[in-house]
Structure formats: C-alpha cells, structure tokens
Write a protein that binds this ligand. Structure first.
Ligand SMILES: NC(=O)c1ccc[n+]([C@@H]2O[C@H](COP(=O)([O-])OP(=O)(O)OC[C@H]3O[C@@H](n4cnc5c(N)ncnc54)[C@H](O)[C@@H]3O)[C@@H](O)[C@H]2O)c1
Length: 250
C-alpha cells in the first residue's frame, strides 16, 4: 500500500519494501540470516564480521577488492561453513541472495582515498547504487557507513542530535546537495585534499540511501562513524589517532 504524503513542495512517496526471496517462505527453509558485508576485509569490516559470525544463525558473505583490506583480517573464518569471501569490486553489479547488507566498502584513510580520487568517487556513488539496487531486488535491509564529517566543523561542543552542523559553503555544495538540506540534519563540505571521498561518502551516498528508501521502500540504516582506532588498523594510514600514537611511539 503506497503512502503518499505531501509537505509543501517536498512531495515524497513511501512504498512498502519489496518481498524477500520466495525461498524465505518455503516449508523446510532454515531461517539463517544471510548477511553481506562489503569492505569486510578492512579494519572495521573485519571486526563486524567477527561479531556477526558469533551468532550461529548468521551466514556471512564478505565482498572486498582488497584495496586497503586484507585476507589476513579474516583468516580465522576462511573455510568456515557459514562464511564466504568473494573478491569483487562494488563498482561492478553483484547478483546474490542476502537478507541484510552492511555496506562499508570504501577506503577510509586519506592516503588511500586520495590515491585515486576518481575511483574513490566511483566506489562511493556507483558502489552504493549497486548495493542499493541489490537491496531493492532482494528486499534486504542495508546499512551505510557514513562519516562524522557530515557534521562539518561544529561551532558548539558537544553536539546534540538537534545540531544541524556547520557547513563549509565552498565547493560543490550548491550543485550537489541542494536537496540534501531537506533530508539530512546537515550536509558537509570539508574541503580536505581528498574532498571528493569524504564528501561523497557522507552526502551523495546518504542521499542515495534516502532516495531509495523514499522511492522504493528499502529499509535503510546510516551510521555516521567518528574517528575509530584499534587492532588491524594500519599504523601508517594517516588517520589522526594512529598518527598521534605513531608519533608518540617514535
Ligand atoms: N575508520 C574510521 O575512523 C571511519 C570513520 C568514518 C567512516 N568510516 C567508514 O567506515 C568504512 C570502513 O572503514 P575502515 O576504517 O574499516 O576502512 P578500510 O580501508 O580498512 O576498509 C575498507 C574496505 O573496503 C574495501 N574496498 C575499498 N574499495 C572497494 C571497492 N571498490 N570494492 C570492494 N571493496 C572495496 C577495502 O579493500 C577495505 O577492505 C568506510 O566506508 C569508511 O568510510 C570509517
């Protein structure tokens, strides 16, 4: 049943999510949850895989092109009957039956996302579109790992959920995100050297998520991750916490 709601000039249509595979309703179906983790060989992704694998009802499929991730991060699961590892680039379509998608694939460190900015943008835009298309086709719930950069350079600390952020107006703000400010607490245009990467992840990918949710009823989640550090992180990857620790050690 479509639910059309009108809000001034902001017309939105929310459709019910598509049905999952008919296999779900078959009589002898074992109700294991099949979970796809893109970027699962990376720092955060591999910890997420560890957590998901703890639940014996979960089957975990990792898709990664190993640009910044490594099989080493997953070695304890390789060969496990509930685990699959696929070398695949998310900029290419993926046909697979899953119930949930955790979409993490994207280089997160400045050194790597600046290495090939065009590819980084493709990963963010085409990769996210491919994953949303998959979620739509199979009726899967999808989570995007966005970034705290969407909050801009805040003027107040700490920031409550009601704070809309402080957006740097330089760059592609008006061009790319005119409609975003209707949807999101804030947009972000931190013009780092690798501006495309950070901005795209946070703004365009989030917009695509909301558009798919509104237009196709896809169930979405967005996690805006702040600076994270821990085991399996590359000490030289240029992120702030690892930089501080590495400098202190030196
Ligand atoms: N670590 C942080 O502090 C932080 C902060 C904000 C957001 N995030 C987001 O969280 C996610 C994971 O971050 P991370 O720190 O684990 O980074 P990471 O670089 O360790 O992991 C990213 C993974 O994605 C894979 N990948 C990259 N491009 C791909 C492509 N085109 N196709 C398939 N796989 C691809 C890499 O090989 C790697 O395994 C990223 O989306 C990042 O933007 C991380």
């Amino acid at each position: 049943m479509a639910n059309n709601s009108s809000n001034g000039d902001n017309q939105t249509t929310t459709k019910p999510p598509p049905l999952p595979s008919p296999l779900r309703f078959s009589k002898f179906f074992q109700s294991n949850m099949r979970i796809l983790v893109t970027g699962g060989a990376g720092f955060i992704g591999s910890h997420l895989v560890d957590k998901l694998m703890e639940n014996e009802k979960n089957e975990v499929i990792v898709v990664d092109n190993f640009f910044t991730g490594s099989k080493d991060n997953l070695k304890k699961w390789i060969g496990h009957p509930r685990f699959e590892l696929i070398r695949h680039d998310v900029t290419e379509p993926l046909l697979i039956e899953v119930d949930q998608i955790y979409h993490l694939a994207c280089p997160a460190s400045p050194i790597f996302y600046k290495y090939n900015p065009v590819k980084t943008i493709k990963t963010n835009v085409i990769g996210t579109l491919n994953m949303l298309g998959l979620a739509k086709r199979v009726g899967a719930r999808i989570l995007l790992t966005s970034t705290s950069e969407v909050y801009g350079d805040p003027l107040i600390h700490p920031q409550p959920e009601t704070y809309w952020g402080n957006v740097n107006p330089i760059g592609l703000r008006k061009l790319l995100c005119l409609k975003l400010h209707h949807l999101l607490p804030c947009t972000h245009y931190i013009v780092h050297g690798g501006f495309g990467a950070v901005m795209m992840r946070g703004s365009v990918a989030e917009t695509l998520m909301f558009d798919y949710h509104r237009q196709h009823g896809i169930e979405i989640r967005i996690a805006r991750i702040f600076n994270t550090y821990g085991p399996r992180m590359n000490i030289d990857d240029g992120r702030v916490v690892s930089n501080f620790i590495a400098q202190a050690l030196r």
